[in-house]
Design a protein around this ligand. Structure first.
Ligand SMILES: Nc1ncnc2c1ncn2[C@@H]1O[C@H](COP(=O)(O)OP(=O)(O)OP(=O)(O)O)[C@@H](O)[C@H]1O
Ligand SMILES: [Mg+2]
Length: 275
């Protein structure tokens, strides 16, 4: 099955967009390096803040006519065709495509609230486009809003980025329960939590080590740990210049860490029949 990864956590600023964008590019690069016939990856931005869209396309002026908003508000029979029209190439790589977000998504959420079948408005048209890609990566808003629910309904694998702080790890079980609730509630058995990604790890902070140790030793969460991204100034510079971390500084610790996470994901795609 083709894998669709969703980066999600209702907590803000934990590195969802940084991870979604760099993992998406990392998958493209690794598949190309491996000589894959189709190394293309689609990045879907479901967050009205449009950060993933901005850094990968250099634009944040997408609106009702050329963004995910147009797809969600379309007649259901036209949605897949419209999705094909609004997907744009990224500036990062010809094989990384972007379904852009727009501030209008907040309005879509209000308009679609309570509408029959609304949680499927992303999954249904995406099912027609996903087969053309090696993988799909979805970035989400820091909340369990309708749009995040749509993203989860469209996904096969949830990856939860967290910072190594006590309350974050306490909240982590709630995030996992919420994802499981959506899987069972909407009867989407393919959705699973397949990774917990620790971000902004500062090796100089003792508390960070302690939490990472506790997380690694946890019987459930320890098995889900799929990477540790160090706190690294290069990430802020990469955002400022709308670059991937790999281009900003290929030798930076965060570059190496994101490369490793992408490597694990590509391996997982191979073993789960997705690549
Ligand atoms: N590894 C890192 N090292 C240093 N800074 C980082 C790192 N990862 C992310 N940041 C910084 O943290 C901030 C939040 O990152 P990001 O936008 O990826 O989080 P987010 O979870 O998508 O946020 P939001 O919930 O608002 O969508 C940004 O300013 C980013 O530059
Ligand atoms: Mg974000």
């Amino acid at each position: 099955m083709k894998r669709t990864f969703v980066l999600t956590n209702h907590k803000g600023g934990v590195g969802k967009s940084t991870s979604a964008t760099n993992i998406a590019l990392g998958i493209v690069a690794l598949l190309r390096q491996a000589g894959a016939a189709n190394p293309r990856v689609l990045l879907v931005d479901t967050d009205s803040q449009s950060h993933a869209t901005l850094v990968t396309t250099g634009r944040n002026d997408f609106d009702e006519d050329n963004s995910l908003y147009s797809v969600l508000m379309a007649n259901r029979q036209d949605a897949a065709e419209i999705m094909g029209q609004v997907i744009v190439p990224s500036k990062w790589d010809e094989n990384l495509h972007v379904l852009p977000a727009s501030p209008m998504l907040e309005q879509a959420e209000r308009e679609l609230q309570g509408t029959a079948g609304s949680p499927y408005r992303l999954a249904d048209p995406l099912a027609k486009h996903a087969p053309h890609y090696a993988a799909v990566v979805i970035d989400t808003h820091p909340s369990f809003s309708l749009l995040t629910e749509m993203a989860l309904v469209a996904a096969t694998d949830a990856i939860v980025p967290i910072e190594p702080r006590y309350l974050e790890t306490v909240g982590l079980m709630n995030v996992i329960s919420k994802i499981n609730y959506i899987r069972d509630g909407w009867r989407i058995p393919n959705l699973r939590v397949s990774g917990v990604l620790v971000t902004k790890m500062d090796r100089r902070v003792r508390g960070h080590h302690k939490l990472l140790d506790e997380l690694s030793a946890h019987p459930i969460l320890g098995k889900l740990l799929c990477g540790v991204i160090p706190m690294n100034e290069a990430v802020s510079y990469a955002h400022r210049y709308h670059r991937s971390i790999f281009v900003q500084n290929p030798k930076a610790p965060a570059s190496k860490a994101y490369g490793q996470v992408a490597g694990r994901i590509v391996k997982y795609m191979g073993t789960s029949g997705g690549a």
